[in-house]
Write a protein that binds this ligand. Sequence first.
Ligand code: HEM
Length: 434
Amino acid sequence: MTIQYWLRWLSLHGVPRAVLRYHSSRGDTFARMLSPKGIVDPHPYIERIRAQGKLVKTPLPWVTCDYAVAKAILRDNRFGVRSSARIEIPKVLQRFANRVPPPANPADPPAMLRMNPPEHATMRRPVVSAFTPRAIKKLRDRVESVTEELLAALPSSGTVDLVETFASRVPIAIIFEMLGMPREDEAKFLAWGEDMTPMLDVGVSWSTYDRAIKAATELNDYLDVHIERLRRDPGEDVLSTMITGGELDQYALKANTSIIIGAGFETTANLIAHAVSLLLGHPDQWDRLRAEPELWPNAVEEVLRYEPPVFITARSALTDVELEGVPLPQGSMVMLSLGGANRDPAVFTDPQRFDIARPNAGEHLAFSNGVHACFGANLARMESTHALRALFERFPDMRAAAPPRLRQQLTFRGNAKVPVELGRSVRSTPSPAG
Ligand code: HEM
């Protein structure tokens, strides 16, 4: 690993990490929310921030947990994205660090998540155009058959980790379908995904960043071969469409494929895993779904509201802006707590309550808003609604075998393990909802 990567880490994560630790030790609420304890349960910190105001200054960026402010910023073209909560290192070191660009990855430009208009559209257009109703319909058939195959393979007794055996496996099979990848490579992608998603977090350790860069390098090598294969023999998959469209160079193809992988399966896996934990922890809500299965799509919206798989995001002022009476000079960064916005009492009645019949559950910001709004939202909804209903109806006696184990990440907040005992299996899977 080169010194250049270390300098990049220092600017993107190392210095912010030290600043956060210092302020966390002095009791700062925002810094504590990003600490290991805050990741386990961020909501007490979120409520403290909410009590301080709609837009709160912290030692690093500004932060908001307010629904209206978060949504307004996401939709405001005076705000844009930039590469992480960078703290500038001296120019000479920056120039030196930039001599070795990082392997294409989801956290750096030209990944669409890190691009502003108008270039953002160049990255997003070729991908979105592949989300045709026909493609989604084809994926729906695939979701049904993959779910059935995975449920049938679950062991009939003992403790089962539902993340490893089910929650991550449904979405990865679908991403593979989308990207024209051979299924035997799924395990490699699961491992790369696990290592790379912390790159989107704030203040990760050098060893975590180093592991992410190594995973991104391996993924780049894999994609070079795979893209070459598709150039020679394009299929009907998303990646072939991106390649034949000719708008993206090789680096941009790889960066945007890595964001589709990261955004496309880690998030949906976290949604399914959160839903399992929440329903097992709220038996009254599961009972209600048994009695009223037509509530499944709304239950998925409520899981997205209550435990959004993308918990925070950020925007920077591209120009001097005044918001809520607060002047934000150009370059000011605002952290948007999507998890906080989704529990804003101004929008959601009794917001700390998990209620699968909540009438306005679908107003959540879990899929963001504005130019970067998630275009995989309907696919994620379809996948998770079908997979969850099939799982819960197949195993009516399922129960938690141990508490779920959370990943130490706040951006992609989710469970690493959800151990359950499945109990008896009811063979016929009823027709899916959603
Ligand atoms: C439960 C599942 C999902 C959740 C919670 C989710 C959430 C999000 C959020 C919050 C953003 C925007 C972040 C921001 O504004 O800074 C986003 C963007 C994105 N999502 Fe999703 N997503 C999910 C599933 C998917 C799927 C299935 C795909 C693709 C197959 C996908 C692909 C993307 C891409 C490529 C972007 C970047 C869009 C852009 O920058 O223009 N996501 N997602």
